[in-house]
Every structure is written in structure tokens, then in C-alpha cells.
Design a protein around this ligand. Structure first.
Ligand SMILES: NC(=O)c1ccc[n+]([C@@H]2O[C@H](COP(=O)([O-])OP(=O)(O)OC[C@H]3O[C@@H](n4cnc5c(N)ncnc54)[C@H](OP(=O)(O)O)[C@@H]3O)[C@@H](O)[C@H]2O)c1
Length: 169
């Protein structure tokens, strides 16, 4: 999971763990404790190590950070592996959607972008069971009263939050 320590990543880490995966979370060191708490088996500091040049390969790469090109990310895919981009930028979305299948075919992998799809009752039932069992928990940074909603948003925008910022009406 590249960019595993943000708002989306800890859910992805927990879901991957619940399905039996060995999870490596890539993010800066300030997020590593959170990643370990979410269940990550290994953590990588992206400020010190370029995971695409480390020689390590992975069966599935979920790229939540969207900081590298599809050509760079192909280097860390194992044969038959799968790369899924959660795109933040229209440019990387288009690049991965167009170039990903070509690079994938050439390298024996599958590379593409996350696409929206409508809710599926079976997926929601599975998520519900994971929530009830405690296997899936939101990582909460802090909780704020509604009167301080502006401060809560400022805190989130500062980049210091570690997990979700909750506003309670
Ligand atoms: N949040 C939501 O509820 C939500 C819902 C649907 C879709 N999305 C989409 O999902 C994507 C991720 O959202 P998010 O809210 O999880 O974002 P986020 O909280 O900003 O998380 C991204 C993480 O990537 C880290 N990062 C930055 N540069 C990196 C690098 N070079 N290598 C590895 N990690 C790096 C960030 O660290 P720093 O904090 O230090 O920058 C941060 O921890 C976005 O495209 C967003 O539009 C989000």
C-alpha cells in the first residue's frame, strides 16, 4: 500500500489483513505507528527508500499516494501481480488507464486504475461483519464539537492528523 497512512489507507490495510494478506505500508515515519496499529506487517519510509528500486516485489500494489508513474510502479510488481491506482490527478488517471494495460501486457502483470462501482449488497454485508467483529475499525485522530468544526478542518488541512478527524453534532 503506497500512501497507506492517510485517511483511506488504514481501511485498506485492515481489509487486506482480514483477507489474509501480508501487508507492507509505505508512508513517512510519522505514520508508521498508525500503520502498525492497523495491522501492517512491514513499513517502508518513502523519504529514505524508493520502494520501486528496492528490488522487492509485491503481488498487489494499491497506490493511494499517486506519486509515481505507472512505469516506475511496474518495477515493484511480482510476475502476475496487480497494480491499482487510486488516482488523485487527472493526468495520472489518464496515463494509467491508457498505458497501464499496455505495460501490464508487456510485463505479465495487470496495471490499471480504481474505478467507481455501485454498492454491492454482499460487499456491504462483508464490511458490516468486519465492523461488528472489530476486524475493521476507523483510526480516529481526534473528535471535535460542532462549534469547533472550522478548527477541525484546519487541523486536517495542516497535515498533522493521524487518521480520521470526527466532528460531533
Ligand atoms: N479521505 C476520503 O474519505 C476519500 C474518499 C474517497 C476517495 N479518496 C481518494 O483517495 C485518495 C487518498 O485519499 P486520502 O484521504 O487517504 O489521502 P491522504 O490522507 O492525503 O493520504 C495519502 C498518504 O500518502 C502519503 N504520501 C505522500 N507522499 C507520499 C509518497 N511519495 N510515498 C508514499 N506515501 C506518500 C501522505 O503523507 P503526508 O500526509 O505526509 O502527505 C498520506 O499519508 C485520494 O485520491 C482521494 O481523493 C479519499
Amino acid at each position: 500500500m503506497n500512501g497507506a497512512g492517510g485517511c483511506v489507507g488504514p481501511f485498506a490495510v485492515q481489509l487486506a489483513k482480514a483477507s489474509g494478506a501480508h501487508v507492507t505500508g509505505v508512508d513517512h515515519p510519522g505514520k508508521h505507528a498508525l500503520l502498525r496499529a492497523a495491522g501492517a506487517d512491514d513499513v517502508v519510509d518513502h523519504t529514505r527508500e524508493d520502494v520501486t528500486r528496492s528490488g522487492r516485489t509485491f503481488d498487489v500494489v494499491l497506490d493511494i499516494a499517486d506519486t509515481r508513474s505507472v512505469l516506475a510502479m511496474r518495477r515493484c510488481l511480482a510476475p502476475g501481480g496487480r497494480y491499482v491506482l487510486v488516482a488523485r490527478r487527472i493526468g495520472s488517471f489518464v496515463e494509467t488507464a491508457l498505458l497501464g494495460p499496455v505495460v501490464g501486457r508487456a510485463t505479465g502483470t495487470r496495471m490499471g486504475t480504481f474505478a467507481w462501482r455501485s454498492n454491492d449488497r454482499r460487499d456491504l454485508d462483508e464490511l458490516g461483519e468486519l465492523l461488528v467483529s472489530g476486524a475493521l475499525r476507523p483510526v480516529v485522530d481526534s473528535t471535535w464539537p460542532l462549534a469547533r468544526a472550522a478548527d477541525a478542518v484546519r487541523h486536517l488541512a495542516s497535515g498533522r492528523a493521524r487518521g480520521k478527524v470526527v466532528v460531533t453534532p
